[in-house]
Design a protein. Structure first.
Length: 202
C-alpha cells in the first residue's frame, strides 16, 4: 500500500507561519518599520549685510511618504525676523515657527518662502553678528528628521553720515562777528545713531 503526502496550500503555509511567533515577527518587522522624514539641502553658512534679506532655507527639501510638520527657530531672536504676516500655513508659537501639517511638497514650498530680514544699523560698524537657524521635520507618528543648522553671518554696512545746514549766506560788517554754522545738524544711522563722527571745516 502506497501513501502520498499532500502538499500544503499557500494558506496552510501562512497559518503554520503564524504558529511560529519568532518567525512571524521576523517577517512582520520590515512592515512595521517607518521611515523618518528627511530634510536636506540646507545651506550651512550664509553671508549678508544688515541691509539685505535672505531666504535661509531656499534650497531645502522636505521628504516623507506622509504629511509632516516643520519646526524652525533662530537665535539670537533680536537681530531680525521673518516676514510679517507669515505665509498662510505657518504659525509662530512658543518661540518656534511651525509649518502646520501638510504634504512634504507643500512643506518644502513654505520653508523655501521664509525670508529673514536683519534689523539695519543695529550691529556696530565694522562688526559682524551671527544668527543660528535650526529646522527639522516631524511626522504624525512622532518621528523626526535630522535637525539641520544654518548660520547667517550679518555684516554691518557702513552708511554715509548726513549734514544739513541752516542759513547758507551771511551779510556782516568787517567789524562784526558771525556764527555761520548756526542751525547745522549732522547724523549717522549706523550703530543705532551712535556712530562717532568727525567734522572738517575748509
Amino acid at each position: 500500500m502506497i501513501f502520498s503526502m499532500k502538499q500544503p496550500t499557500r494558506v496552510e503555509k501562512f497559518y503554520r507561519t503564524l504558529a511560529k511567533p519568532a518567525l512571524f515577527a521576523v517577517l512582520l518587522l520590515p512592515m512595521l518599520v517607518m521611515a523618518d522624514p528627511t530634510l536636506t539641502g540646507v545651506d550651512p553658512s550664509i553671508n549678508i549685510t544688515d541691509k539685505v534679506s535672505t531666504n535661509v532655507f531656499d534650497s531645502a527639501v522636505v521628504g516623507h511618504s506622509n504629511n509632516v510638520t516643520v519646526s524652525v527657530a533662530f537665535t539670537p531672536s533680536n537681530r531680525g525676523g521673518f516676514q510679517s504676516p507669515l505665509p498662510s500655513g505657518i504659525i509662530f508659537t512658543n518661540g518656534v515657527y511651525l509649518i502646520q501639517l501638510t504634504s512634504p511638497a507643500q512643506a518644502t514650498t513654505l520653508l523655501n518662502s521664509l525670508s529673514f530680514t536683519p534689523i539695519p544699523n543695529l550691529i556696530p560698524v565694522p562688526n559682524t553678528s551671527n544668527v543660528t537657524f535650526t529646522a527639522f521635520a516631524s511626522d504624525t507618528n512622532g518621528l523626526d528628521s535630522v535637525t539641520r543648522t544654518s548660520v547667517v553671518h550679518i555684516a554691518s554696512a557702513n552708511d554715509a553720515p548726513t549734514l544739513s545746514v541752516g542759513t547758507t549766506t551771511f551779510s556782516i560788517l568787517d567789524t562784526a562777528t558771525a556764527t555761520p554754522f548756526t542751525g547745522v545738524s549732522m547724523a549717522d544711522v549706523d550703530n543705532s545713531g551712535l556712530q562717532p563722527l568727525t567734522v572738517a571745516v575748509r
